[in-house]
Ligand binder design. Structure first.
Ligand code: FEO
Length: 395
C-alpha cells in the first residue's frame, strides 16, 4: 500500500500483511494484520513513529522514498516487539542521523532483541515533549499495553494519539479508517481478548489518564484508525471494567461421546434457566473465539474427559490459555467422564489458579452419564443461576 495522508504532513507509511495467519506462533489471524508506521513532517524536523515487521521492511522504505524523505531526525519506538521494531535496523542504516527515541525499558529490550547500538538512543520521560517546529509530540508511558516498556505518542496540534498495540485489531484492509464498524469491533475485541485482557487492571488506569487528552483520531499500530475515538474507547471501557454477562463459556472435548452428552445436558439446563452459553469443541474451535467469549462471561465450565490419568491435553491447553488471559469470570466448574480414575479435577484446578473464581462442585461421571449424573448437572445449573443472582449478574 502506498503512503496515505492522515492530516497535512502526517502520513501512514506502514504495511498491510494480507497473508499472515499466526502471531507469536499461537494467535490465529483469520483476517491477516497490518503494521502501521507514520511519518510526521514538522517545519523543522521529521519523525517516524514505529516501523514495521522485518518481513515488510521493503514496503516501509519504499513508502519513505515515495514521500521524498531524505533525512529523518527522530525515529520513535513505542514498543520493542518485532512486528513494530523489526525494521528499525534497516531504517537506522538508511537514516544514520536519526535519534531513536523510546523509554528506558524499551531501549534495553531493543538492544537485547535487535542488537541496536546504545549510542543511537535518546530515552524520553513520561510526559516529555519534543518539538518538530510547528508540531509537538508528547510521550505517554503506558506500561503493559502489551509489554512492560510500551508508550503512546500524542501529536498535540493535530490531536492524534499513536496508541501502539492499544486499541489495535489484526485486520488486513484497504480502509485507512474504520468503515465497517461491526467488522472492526469483532477484530478489536478478538485482539483485546488475546493480547490486552491479561493487563486489564492497568489498562483501566491508562484509559482514565487518556480522559485528560483531547483526541480527534486514534491511530493504533495494527488495523484501521478511529476518527471517532469514542467507538473504541467505550468498547474498551466495557471490556475492561463492565460487569460480566449472564453467560457460561463451556470449552470441552469428548473422546467417545460421554463428555459431549454431559455438555449437551448442561447447556440445555442452563438455557432453560435463562443463562446463555457459548460452547466450544476444542478439537476444532478457533481459540480466538474462545478468548473473545471470555471477555464477557461470568462463568467458565471446562468439559474434560480423563485420559492417561489426567485431563485431555487439548483441555489442559485451553485451561492454561484461559488462566493466562485472566478474564473477569467469577465462577468456574469442571465436568467430564472417566473410565477408571485419574486426577482430572486436581490437574485442571491447578492450571487455572490465576482466575479469581469461586469453584462450584465439579460433576464427573464414570462412562456414560446416568440419571444421577444428569441430576448433578441440573444441580450445577441451579448453582450457577444462584451464584449469578447473588452477584447481581441476574437482576
Ligand atoms: Fe503489535 Fe506487541 O506487538
Amino acid at each position: 500500500m502506498k503512503p496515505r495522508e492522515i492530516k497535512t504532513g502526517v502520513y501512514s507509511a506502514g504495511a498491510v500483511d494480507w497473508d499472515r495467519r499466526l502471531f507469536d506462533s499461537r494467535i490465529p489471524l483469520p483476517d491477516g494484520t497490518s503494521y502501521n508506521s507514520h511519518l510526521i513532517r514538522g517545519s523543522e524536523a521529521t519523525a517516524l513513529v514505529d516501523t514495521v515487521d522485518d518481513t515488510m521492511a521493503g514496503v516501509l522504505l519504499d513508502n519513505l522514498d515515495r514521500l521524498g524523505i531524505k533525512d529523518i531526525d527522530y525515529v520513535i519506538a513505542n514498543h520493542a516487539e518485532q512486528d513494530h521494531s523489526g525494521s528499525l535496523p534497516c531504517v537506522l542504516d538508511k537514516f544514520p542521523r536519526a535519534k531513536l527515541l523510546t523509554t528506558e525499558k524499551c531501549k534495553g529490550l531493543l538492544i537485547d532483541l535487535l542488537g541496536i547500538k546504545p549510542e543511537v538512543f535518546t530515552t524520553v520521560a513520561d510526559g516529555e515533549t519534543i518539538s518538530l517546529g510547528d508540531r509537538t509530540l508528547e510521550f505517554v508511558h503506558a506500561s503493559w499495553v502489551h509489554w512492560p516498556e510500551t508508550m503512546l505518542t500524542y501529536l498535540k496540534e493535530e490531536k492524534i494519539l499513536f496508541s501502539c498495540d492499544l486499541f489495535g485489531s489484526h485486520l488486513a484492509t484497504t480502509d485507512l479508517y474504520v468503515r465497517d464498524e461491526g467488522r472492526v469491533y469483532e477484530a478489536a475485541k478478538r485482539y483485546y481478548a488475546e493480547i490486552m485482557m491479561p493487563f486489564r487492571t492497568i489498562i483501566k488506569k491508562h484509559l482514565e489518564r487518556l480522559n485528560g487528552y483531547d483526541i480527534d483520531i486514534i491511530v493504533p499500530s495494527h488495523g484501521p484508525f478511529y476518527s471517532e475515538p469514542g467507538f473504541i474507547l467505550n468498547a474498551y471501557r466495557d471490556w475492561v471494567a463492565g460487569e460480566p454477562a449472564n453467560m457460561v463459556v463451556l470449552p470441552y472435548i469428548s473422546m467417545h461421546g460421554s463428555t459431549r452428552e454431559m455438555v449437551r445436558h448442561l447447556v440445555g439446563a442452563l438455557v432453560e434457566r435463562g443463562v446463555s452459553v457459548q460452547q466450544f469443541d476444542l478439537s476444532v474451535t478457533d481459540l480466538g473465539k474462545l478468548a473473545m467469549s471470555l471477555v464477557d462471561a461470568a462463568t467458565i465450565v471446562i468439559g474434560a474427559p480423563t485420559v492417561l490419568a489426567g485431563a485431555h491435553p487439548a483441555v489442559a491447553y485451553a485451561a492454561i490459555l484461559a488462566n493466562a488471559l485472566r478474564p473477569k469470570v467469577r465462577f468456574a466448574s469442571i465436568i467430564g467422564s472417566y473410565g477408571w480414575g485419574g486426577k482430572t479435577v486436581e490437574q485442571i484446578s491447578g492450571l487455572i489458579s490465576n482466575l479469581k473464581v469461586e469453584v462450584l462442585e465439579p460433576v464427573l461421571c464414570k462412562g456414560l452419564p446416568g440419571e444421577g449424573d444428569l441430576k448433578a448437572l441440573d444441580g450445577l445449573a441451579d448453582g450457577i443461576v444462584g451464584k449469578h443472582k447473588e452477584a447481581g449478574i441476574i437482576k
